[in-house]
Design a protein around this ligand. Structure first.
Ligand SMILES: CC(C)(COP(=O)(O)OP(=O)(O)OC[C@H]1O[C@@H](n2cnc3c(N)ncnc32)[C@H](O)[C@@H]1O)[C@@H](O)C(=O)NCCC(=O)NCCS
Ligand SMILES: Nc1ncnc2c1ncn2[C@@H]1O[C@H](COP(=O)(O)OP(=O)(O)OP(=O)(O)O)[C@@H](O)[C@H]1O
Length: 199
């Protein structure tokens, strides 16, 4: 039986940073954000539904989805966010599980599912252990504004669309505190993996 690790956290808390470390350690990582991009490529079923429900105004000239525009809509309107989630999430879940099965068939002993909305979407049953990448509120806001060039309001709207990070940390099997340096984060990750006999 493979060990399935769910990697989650808040927006800009450092999930991708930790996912990269896991990948560099040789573990297969399945990235829900990446899959969420693939399932809305031009012509895909989810793409067609998004255009039908949100209108052509959320498209760029080359017909691909304008993610900044769609983000501005859904992170300021809960109903619209739920609508987008209901279109995108089933397709993401299906593809994630297919990829996981392929890794299981290949004989991988540990598989990581990087899922930002693991708790919000009630997907914890898909994993054996949950690691939450945690940062304090002020650092999260700062890093999100810096990385995406968002105003404080834009960044706060995105943070508010998720379960508070402290609540996620309380539900985790292990928490990585990513307030410090990348090196400190790596050390915490290695300790957890050793505890779980992954390394
Ligand atoms: C709204 C969209 C177009 C904005 O795209 P953008 O390129 O700006 O952001 P990106 O996809 O890289 O997401 C960045 C982060 O935002 C957060 N986030 C994304 N979607 C959501 C959501 N529906 N609810 C809460 N947080 C979200 C996650 O922490 C994610 O890691 C895009 O996020 C999207 O299609 N979201 C719906 C699908 C989804 O839930 N994806 C996340 C996990 S499957
Ligand atoms: N320990 C750290 N020290 C300084 N900067 C960091 C640290 N960890 C991550 N960052 C930076 O913070 C930002 C957010 O990190 P990252 O992209 O890994 O978060 P994420 O949780 O994957 O975000 P999202 O939910 O949006 O996908 C990035 O710009 C990253 O380079």
């Amino acid at each position: 039986m493979a060990l399935i690790i769910g990697l989650t956290g808040g927006i800009a808390s450092g999930k991708s940073t930790v996912a990269r470390m896991l990948f560099e350690l040789g573990l297969p990582v399945i990235d829900a954000d990446q899959i969420a991009r693939e399932v809305v490529e031009v012509g895909e079923e989810a793409y067609l539904q998004i255009v039908e429900k949100f209108g052509e105004e959320i498209l760029q000239e080359n017909k691909t989805i304008d993610r900044a525009k769609l983000g501005a809509v859904v992170f300021n309107d809960e109903e619209k966010r739920k609508l987008l989630n209901s279109i995108v999430h089933p397709a993401v879940r299906k593809k994630m599980l297919e990829q996981k099965e392929q890794y299981v068939k290949k004989g991988e002993k540990t598989i990581v599912l990087d899922i930002p909305l693991l708790f919000e979407s009630n997907l914890t049953h898909l994993v054996d252990k949950v690691v939450v990448v945690y940062v304090d509120d002020d650092i999260q806001l700062e890093r999100l504004m810096a990385r995406n060039g968002f105003s404080k309001e834009e960044a706060e709207a995105r943070i508010k669309a998720q379960m508070p990070l402290k609540e996620k940390a309380a539900k985790a099997d292990a928490v990585i505190n990513n307030n410090g340096t990348i090196e400190q984060t790596k050390e915490q990750l290695l300790t957890i993996l050793k505890q779980w006999d992954v390394l």
